[in-house]
Design a protein around this ligand. Structure first.
Ligand SMILES: [Zn+2]
Length: 248
């Protein structure tokens, strides 16, 4: 990381409701969960929405079994950072397609939750350097950004606007966790342990990766410390801000 990009700005915290929409169980736990723990500790309402159930994520386990295991791990992982609401959209893991059907699905979720901030994962082509991002992350993040705007337009997906559902134009920004283009961060020093526990809740998944001697705490600490240094705190989580009419 070069020096001119080493200074991060703290994310705003003058909001009450956030919705996290990511491709897979575990996506939020690789760094963002400690930030979620901080926010729920402040009394903010945070909901989780998983586009897939990560059922193709464990080589030695059939998707039919894996789906159930991973959904349960995600619900537990959410609970330890103060999130009670976890929704699964049951899109096919590994082959999620960006497009109007996905935007329609996500706009409906956003219209129901009415969040001020929508959080997703990094959807750039890489994690920085040569480390390539994964197809579902890219498809979902792009669709989240679009759906955050679609949700506010009553003429887009109008078939959803029957009964109680109204357009929701209140999303101020989409924040992409772990983006290599992050310029903002959240101090996670006090909630770092909850973030570790949240990742550790994905036990079957971590075991299935078969990474020998891989330690969730050590892994998260490395990332959090580097981001923290750029924010001027011990530990922090990085986010790229896509503003939807909020400041810059
Ligand atoms: Zn993922």
């Amino acid at each position: 990381m070069s020096d001119e990009r080493a200074k991060f700005e703290a994310l705003p915290e003058d909001w009450d409701r956030a919705l996290c929409i990511v491709a897979h169980p575990d996506d939020l736990e690789f760094g963002a969960a400690a930030a979620v723990a901080r926010w729920t500790g402040q009394g903010k309402q945070v909901g989780y929405c998983m586009v897939t159930s990560g059922e193709a994520g464990i080589d030695g386990m059939h998707p039919d079994e894996c789906r159930t295991v991973r959904e349960a791990e995600q619900v537990e992982s959410a609970r330890v950072v103060g999130v009670d609401e976890v929704e699964f959209l049951h899109q096919p893991d590994g082959i999620v397609e960006y497009g109007v059907p996905l935007r329609r699905l996500l706009a409906e979720v956003i219209r129901r939750h009415r969040p001020e901030v929508v959080i997703t994962g990094n959807f750039r082509d890489s994690w920085g350097g040569a480390s390539l991002n994964q197809a579902d992350h890219i498809a979902v993040g792009r669709a989240v950004l679009d759906a955050a705007r679609d949700a506010g337009n009553r003429w887009i997906f109008p078939e959803q606007l029957t009964g109680d559902l109204e357009p929701w134009g209140g999303v101020k920004a989409v924040w992409a966790a772990g983006s290599p283009e992050a310029r903002h961060a959240v101090d996670t020093t006090d909630t770092f342990d909850a973030g570790v526990a949240s990742l550790e809740a994905h036990r079957a998944y971590i075991d299935g990766l078969g990474w020998e001697n891989w330690d969730p705490r050590e892994f998260l600490e490395g990332m959090a410390r580097q981001t923290g240094a750029a924010l001027g705190v011990a530990f922090a989580a990085p986010f790229e801000v896509y503003s939807l009419g909020w400041g810059d």
